[in-house]
Ligand binder design. Structure first.
Ligand code: GLU
Ligand code: ZN
Length: 466
């Protein structure tokens, strides 16, 4: 059977970190085994599902380059199929109509609570033969004896006694099918070979297996992933900061870093810490997934993002950085000058947001100096070297790196000073800060006019404040 996995999010909000990890392991398992990966939107709960959420999820998946190998499935378009299967189950005697009203079920719950027992539907309508003219739900006739056994590919052998399960609802009183029914119908229809999902679904699996059996369908293999927890040991949620993946992407995290981090969170391959997605898709296996929950560490993700920024091709960083510059109303083009900046900031920036900030002053005039840089470099001794440098570059037409470098040396010789005396105030004057590519590159990027204008501004600033 061809390997086929699916990622089946409910479109009720953002795509969060835990969801992406599930998606990633499904995607990686399919790719590793030359199989297919399909996205299925579980939007049968009309009251909680939204179109916006579907768009958020699919666009986040696109941005992470985890596209569906087949058209995305929407459960809301499969209602007919669910109804057919419910009818089949009713006809074959594997399901029945339950007419019990709310009050009766409430009372049942209260009694069980008093007896300190867990509530289970008591099967009152199981043997009822005649149709009544009353509202009803459809319940699955779960076997009362025996057990459900399966080999979870992560957790090992799982055994559940059927006596622990009850006749769960597969269609609500308004006729809509429930989660356990829809998932099984779709997984059969889509020919899913491996169901990889969070272990919060572990308790649903035996119920689903019983539905497969009653339909005489092939049962897929199951793998339940341990949860991701926040640093406080509680299940990861919004409380732990940006848990939405789009937020991380907007904050300047690289998809490759997110994938690397989430892959390592709960899976290992010897001591391997750093890898690119394509490498991961070659080595992933379910065997090396941890059995216990993993703790999400934002500091480690940030560190890894910096590693990825450093090791990603500068052309690719340039491509991605454009949109972050646009947020500062800067329309940059990928040219030699832009790549100089990237080369200089690649070893330093932790995120693309940070890198865009570092680049900003090369495209737009700034009206404030970095306080520390100004304090350290702008003093009265700086005026003479700055003025002399303007005078020297004024003479050159060919405002290129080598020529600028020559003029820097000439200025130093003219005044018999050392490089820092000119270089440091010059850097602050031209960039507003104290870190940049080498100074001749900075001047070259800015061009002669802007270079002279910014030095003059700095001189005015020194005269006024130093
Ligand atoms: N829609 C379910 C969820 O969002 C996943 C169902 C499944 O993977 O079987 O948790
Ligand atoms: Zn009943």
């Amino acid at each position: 059977m061809k390997i086929k996995t699916r990622f089946a999010p409910s479109p009720t909000g953002d795509l969060h970190i835990g969801g992406v990890r599930t998606a990633l392991f499904n995607y990686a398992f399919a790719k590793k085994n030359n199989g297919l990966f399909v996205i299925r939107i579980e939007d049968t709960d009309i009251s909680r599902s939204t179109k916006e959420s579907t768009t958020i999820i699919t666009s986040a998946m696109d941005r992470l380059s985890m596209q569906s190998d087949e058209p995305i499935v929407l459960q809301s378009q499969n209602t007919k199929k669910y109804q057919e299967i419910i009818d089949t189950l009713l006809k074959s005697g594997n399901a029945y109509k339950c007419y019990c009203n709310k009050q009766r079920l409430e009372d049942l719950k209260i009694t069980k609570k008093k007896e300190k027992k867990t509530y289970k539907y008591d099967g009152k309508c199981r043997y009822n033969k005649e149709d009544k003219n009353l509202p009803f739900v459809v319940r699955f006739k779960n076997p009362q004896d025996g057990r459900v056994e399966f080999d979870d590919l992560i957790k090992g052998k799982i055994i559940i006694e059927n006596s622990q399960l009850d006749d769960f609802i597969i269609a609500r009183s308004d006729g809509t099918p429930t989660y356990n029914l829809c998932v099984v119908v779709d997984d059969i229809t889509m020919k899913i070979s491996h169901v990889i999902r969070g272990d919060d679904h572990l308790s649903n699996t035996p119920k689903q297996i019983n539905i497969y059996k009653s339909l005489g369908a092939n049962i897929p293999k199951f793998a339940h992933l341990p949860m991701i927890l926040g640093e406080d040991g509680k299940r990861l949620s919004k409380r732990h900061g940006a848990s939405s993946v789009l937020q991380y992407l907007d904050d300047g995290f690289l998809p490759s870093a997110l994938i690397n981090y989430l892959a390592r969170l709960g899976w290992s391959h010897n001591d391997l810490e750093f890898f690119m997605p394509d490498d991961f898709f070659k080595i992933f296996n379910l065997k090396n997934v941890n059995k216990s929950a993993a703790i999400f560490d934002p500091a480690k993700l940030l560190w890894l993002n910096q590693q990825h920024i450093q090791k990603t091709d500068k052309q690719e960083i340039a491509d991605k950085l454009l949109q972050f510059l646009e947020k500062h109303n800067i329309k940059a083009t990928i040219d030699e000058k832009f790549l100089f900046l990237i080369e200089a900031f690649q070893p330093r920036a932790k995120t693309l947001v940070e890198m865009a900030l570092m680049c900003k002053n090369y495209y737009k005039d700034f009206n404030k100096y970095d306080e520390k840089a100004a304090k350290k470099n702008f003093n009265r001794d700086a005026i003479e070297p700055l003025e002399c440098f303007i005078k020297n570059i004024n003479n050159i037409d060919n405002f290129q790196k080598d020529e600028i470098k020559t003029q820097i040396q000439i200025t130093l010789d003219d005044l018999k000073i050392k490089m820092p005396h000119l270089g440091m105030p010059l850097r602050a004057a031209l960039t507003g800060g104290s870190f940049s590519p080498s100074i001749e590159i900075v001047a070259y990027i800015l061009g002669k006019q802007t270079t002279i204008k910014r030095i003059k501004n700095a001189i005015k600033y020194i005269e006024a404040f130093a």
